[in-house]
Write a protein that binds this ligand. Structure first.
Ligand code: KIV
Length: 257
């Protein structure tokens, strides 16, 4: 287990860290070979459930999806997002993090925030629960979805938060939608890896929502690149199935009993 974390830490300044989301076993199985980290992100709230924000995601939803994802992972480090309102104080956070880890057998949990959750992160780490940080745009508490780190105070707060999280012992930090030059500054200032999403090439690794990059989720956002159009592939397969059923070509004898 320790080895999985040191492998990721050792990549800093050497090679890029690959992180993707998975919400189910089938996707986890496909991406496991290519990833260092697989994240069961609470983005599943908007991607799968059409929730207006990740604030509606519950502990139970995260646990059920994570149990499925666990079945598909052999080698990657598995991180599960702690959903909104499950870490409002240290004892709540500890109880819920322990539940997530025992029920899903994940390797670590991810929490949004810096100084504001100081005592919470401290408690988790003191209790040997590995934590991934998340700074910049924080979907669980964001008032707007604009990029962060243009204003001087915002920049210095994000930088300070990153240093605080490093001191507390988080093993990496997701930087979401922050200014490229700030991503560079933060990445240089800390010894743990930064994983960017909309945070430029200046991070130690990148994370994307898998459904976005394969073209399954019809999102249009600057930080997303669609590397494939899986929706088209699915459509083509369904059209072939439909035609064969209508023309009585499927099922063949070989598909029948
Ligand atoms: O919820 C999520 O998928 C995330 C990533 C986008 C970093 O937090």
């Amino acid at each position: 287990m320790k080895n999985k974390f040191s492998k990721i830490l050792n990549k800093k300044n050497k090679s890029k860290i690959i992180c993707l989301t998975a919400y189910s076993k089938n996707i986890a199985q496909i991406i496991d070979n290519h990833c260092d980290i697989i994240l069961v992100g609470d983005s599943l709230g908007s991607v799968l459930y059409n929730y207006k924000s990740t604030r509606s995601v519950t502990l139970n939803i995260m646990i059920e999806h994570s149990k499925s994802v666990r079945m598909g992972i052999k080698k990657s480090l598995m991180v599960v997002d702690m959903p909104h309102n499950t870490y409002r104080n240290s004892s709540e956070a500890l109880r819920n993090a322990k539940t997530i880890i025992s029920k899903t057998k994940c390797d670590a949990v991810k929490l949004e925030g810096g100084k504001k959750i100081y005592n919470i992160v401290k408690t988790l780490i003191k209790n040997k629960i590995p934590v991934m940080g998340h700074l910049g745009l924080l979907p669980q508490s964001a008032k707007n979805f604009k990029a962060k780190g243009k204003k001087i105070t915002e920049r210095s707060n994000i930088l300070k938060d990153a240093k605080v999280l490093e001191e507390l012992g988080v093993f990496s930090i997701v930087l979401e939608c922050i200014d490229s030059s700030l991503a560079k500054e933060v990445t240089k200032a800390i010894n743990i890896p930064t994983i960017g999403i909309g945070a430029s090439v200046n991070c130690d690794g990148q994370v994307l929502v898998t459904d976005d990059l394969i073209g399954l989720n019809p999102i249009k956002a600057r930080f997303v690149k669609k590397f494939s159009n899986i929706t088209k592939e699915i459509n083509n397969a369904i059209i072939k199935f439909k035609n064969e059923v209508k023309n009585k070509k499927f099922p063949k004898k070989s598909n029948s009993y």
